[in-house]
Design a binder for this molecule. Sequence first.
Ligand code: SF4
Length: 226
Amino acid sequence: MKVRILRKRPTEDRQYWEEFIYEGPSDISVAGMLDDLNYKDDIVNAAGENVPRIAWECSCLQGMCGGCAMVINGRPALACETFVRDLGDEITIRPLSKFHVINDLVIDRSIIHENALKVNDYIKEYKPSPPKEYEHQYAAAKCLKCGLCLEVCPNYMKGDRFYGALFANDCYLIATRSDVYNRDIKKDYDRHFAAGCSKSLACVEVCPMKIPTLSSMAKLNRKRQD
Ligand code: SF4
């Protein structure tokens, strides 16, 4: 099976495609396949040339860390949850395009945390929330900060003031777990999410944790009227 990977050396800006041949089983995740390609004394590309090992990132290999988010056959997904058997005869893999690429498939996601720091929203004074919110809060708190929702969002651009779906879910959590839906959160939700969202809802479809972002938005939009 041919595997094409969009690569980049850490010291260079240029990205380039490199082809590999994978001869292992198809009943394996893309993460497992990348490990298989790498676990050799000498890693060679399809042309038989010795090449550097493929850099990619992971921590858990069970869909809990979000580190292995990448674009596989054109679809943004977690490598540990995407199976080779579902991908046909040829696989193309590239890093998420909305982030700075550090090395091969390793990207710099620090913008997500920088944005959160910029608005400095946090639960200033914790107050128990109504039990009817527990289920939704639990779902929203599962966010991995993997960045897949930003990759598919037609409105998200790095450095822009629109922070994307993960920010809306954070706002929902803060709004329902702290004392009041305070002015700061209201202002930041308006400025960094509501004003930029065109409701494509691609974020809902791609989210590996199935977070009900639409519901977070609906609840926050209702609160905007308060
Ligand atoms: S909302 Fe979903 S897709 Fe977006 S960062 Fe969180 S887990 Fe990833």
